[in-house]
Write a protein that binds this ligand. Structure first.
Ligand code: APR
Ligand code: ZN
Length: 249
């Protein structure tokens, strides 16, 4: 492992435009459950039921139960993996993060250039009167296992700005993410099963532009032929060690 951490630090140091691509795995050590794998959220919630536009319209309760399991129950806060990426950005050794996560933990850790291709829970719109809420305004209600209701018009149809199944990804964020991936001469692919497109196609853009790819994941994953360096380990443990080597003390 030591050799691999050294190699990763060398790749970051010699890169002109390193970028990170993250999935649920980087938030696992914050207590946020991942989607797939033995205790994944999709074992407990049917994604089509919980996070599809059609079912959200008819029964928002299923979505809010999923959202509570995703964030509230874990009392999620950034872990050393998120903080290591924020440190690298501050040192100019990471230009941006493209994330599939909706948990806002990269920003809470201090990262500034974060492209949320599946949106985020940060802003919530009332579908009936367009009143806008911040996630923080709803968490107290969710913790009491109640459904958030619009103060203005009483509607239960409060919809967070995340990408529901059946919805298109935010075009502007996607374009910016594709541009970042093409510009990157190194991409750290962290904590993603790379199963959901178009997100999962983003690392390949870096590859096509002869950029190098590092795969950091708790398990080995399947598309190993794509990667120049594969580190099997936990993001919260490995990323700080890489950042320590990159950022001269
Ligand atoms: N450190 C690093 N990797 C980890 C850790 C950890 N501590 N714990 C789990 N992992 C890895 C798992 O091995 C798995 O490969 O994180 C990955 C999580 O995969 P998924 O649960 O499929 O999450 P993700 O790839 O982000 O899913 C993509 O699918 O359902 C949609 O919209 C949802 O954004 C999500 C998308
Ligand atoms: Zn309203």
């Amino acid at each position: 492992m030591k050799e691999k951490i050294k190699k990763a630090a060398q790749l970051i140091n010699s890169a002109n435009y390193p970028v990170a691509f993250t999935g649920a795995g980087i938030s696992a050590e914050s207590g946020v459950p991942t989607f797939r794998g033995p205790d994944g959220l999709w074992n407990k919630h049917d994604p089509q039921e919980a996070v599809s536009l059609s079912s959200f319209r008819n029964q928002p309760k299923k979505f809010w139960q999923f959202a509570r399991d995703l964030i509230i129950s874990s009392g999620a806060s950034p872990n050393p993996g998120h903080r290591a990426l924020a440190r690298l950005e501050k040192q100019g050794k990471l230009k941006s993060i493209i994330t599939q996560n909706i948990d806002m933990l990269h920003q809470e850790a201090g990262s500034e250039k974060v492209l949320e291709i599946h949106g985020s829970l940060q802003k919530v719109d009332c579908q009936d009167c367009s009143q806008v809420y911040l996630w923080q305004e709803l968490t107290a209600t969710l913790k009491k296992d109640k459904l958030p209701r619009c103060d203005n018009c009483g509607s239960l149809r409060l919809k967070p700005r995340i990408v529901f199944f059946g919805e298109r990804l935010p075009e502007d964020i996607l374009q910016k993410s594709w541009a970042e991936a093409k510009r990157a001469d190194l991409m750290l692919v962290i904590g993603s099963s790379l199963e959901v497109y178009p997100a999962a196609g983003i690392p390949e853009l870096t590859r096509q532009n002869s950029g190098k790819l590092i795969y950091l994941n708790a398990d080995r994953g399947s598309r190993t032929q794509l990667f120049d360096l594969i580190i099997t380990g936990k993001a919260g443990k490995v990323l700080p060690k890489i950042a320590d080597r990159v950022i001269q003390k």
